[in-house]
Design a protein around this ligand. Structure first.
Ligand SMILES: NC(=O)c1ccc[n+]([C@@H]2O[C@H](COP(=O)([O-])OP(=O)(O)OC[C@H]3O[C@@H](n4cnc5c(N)ncnc54)[C@H](OP(=O)(O)O)[C@@H]3O)[C@@H](O)[C@H]2O)c1
Length: 301
């Protein structure tokens, strides 16, 4: 098969597009033929080696966490998946990732993908959906509650808005002032970063760090809670006025299926800004590094 492999921590010139042996599904494993793979911000840190201490890569490494495709083979003992099934995959950080024509994984990292959802769309939802749902769950949100969503137009932010609506809650988008009109199409109520009423929410989601998380904290009432998936500015909650819960997404099979089902119902859509070839992983990561991408970057074989 073809894969874009990383040969060492460092710059994007460490990626090489090449022929590698197609992996084989062992007992309890599934071989997926990947039709689309998605990039995430964390991929940049993986490439640069910032996660090397906790999750060292084995070089040459195939990185990438999100994929969609079809089941190509199932190992002994696998139930509920057969060859030809359309699936979305959320792979772990490591060396057997998504930026290849095939990947081997376990069934708990797969969910069935409806015929009505394209592979490209399927490759946008895994990590973003899991992160969003786990952050919202921290807040124990009830129907009718208003929840501030920092960076609502990002991938994780959009997935959070969808899940909050599914729960019957009321998402309020906290975005750049120039993005208010776009956010209005997603949520009924929007607030520009820096222009919100202080202490006006009890629950908030920090779906980006820096000024987004800082503004969300300012808008939380005393005793309120921020579920943060990215960093919070130093000193932003120096007096401990609010509770900050840092969320690190875990792989959960049933939850991944709920996310794929939301996509099948047409409720969860994450825009795709660029679709590039699998051979262009370096260019794709360079685009992501620049920021302000406006949607997902997807690779196709
Ligand atoms: N903890 C976890 O398990 C976990 C999992 C997934 C992601 N994450 C983190 O969550 C964050 C979002 O990920 P994502 O995949 O949703 O990324 P994304 O699709 O690129 O979305 C990021 C969003 O944040 C906005 N944003 C960033 N900086 C901003 C600023 N200074 N002011 C206003 N808006 C700003 C962006 O708006 P513009 O496009 O206008 O800049 C964009 O809408 C990243 O930091 C990522 O590393 C954490």
């Amino acid at each position: 098969m073809k894969a874009s492999r990383l040969y060492a921590y460092g710059a994007v010139d460490q990626f090489k597009y090449e022929d590698v042996p197609t992996p084989v599904a062992g007992p309890g494993e599934v071989l997926v033929k990947i039709e689309a793979s998605g990039l995430n911000p964390v991929d940049l840190y993986v490439r640069q080696g910032y996660l090397a201490k906790n999750i060292p890569l084995e070089f040459p490494a195939i990185i990438g966490l999100d994929a969609a495709g079809t089941v190509a083979a199932v190992g002994a003992g696998v139930e509920g998946l057969v060859v030809g099934d359309r699936v979305v995959a959320k792979l772990p950080i490591g060396s057997r990732g998504a930026h290849a024509e095939f990947a081997v994984t376990t069934p708990d990292r797969l969910a069935h993908l409806a015929n009505t959802v394209s592979f490209v769309a399927g490759a946008t939802i895994g990590l973003a959906g899991l992160t969003a749902r786990q952050a919202v769950d921290v807040l124990n949100v009830k129907a009718g509650e208003r929840v501030l969503v920092g960076a609502a137009l990002g991938a994780v932010g959009r997935a959070a808005v969808q899940y909050l609506k599914e729960l019957g809650a009321v998402p309020v988008a906290l975005v750049r002032s120039e993005s208010l009109a776009e956010a209005q199409t997603l949520t009924g109520e929007t607030v520009a970063i820096g222009a919100g009423t202080p202490k006006s929410f009890h629950k908030a989601l920090g779906m980006a760090g820096g000024p987004v998380a800082g503004a969300a904290i300012d808008m939380l009432a005393d005793g309120g809670t921020l579920a943060a998936v990215a960093g919070v500015p130093e000193g932003a909650n120096a007096d401990g006025r609010v509770t900050i819960v840092n969320v690190l997404a875990e792989d959960r099979g049933p939850m991944l299926q709920e996310i794929a089902d939301a996509a099948a119902r047409g409720e969860l859509t994450i825009p795709v800004a660029h679709t590039l070839k699998l051979s262009q992983l370096g260019e794709a990561q360079t685009l992501l590094t620049g920021g302000r991408v406006g949607g997902k970057i997807i690779l196709v074989p």
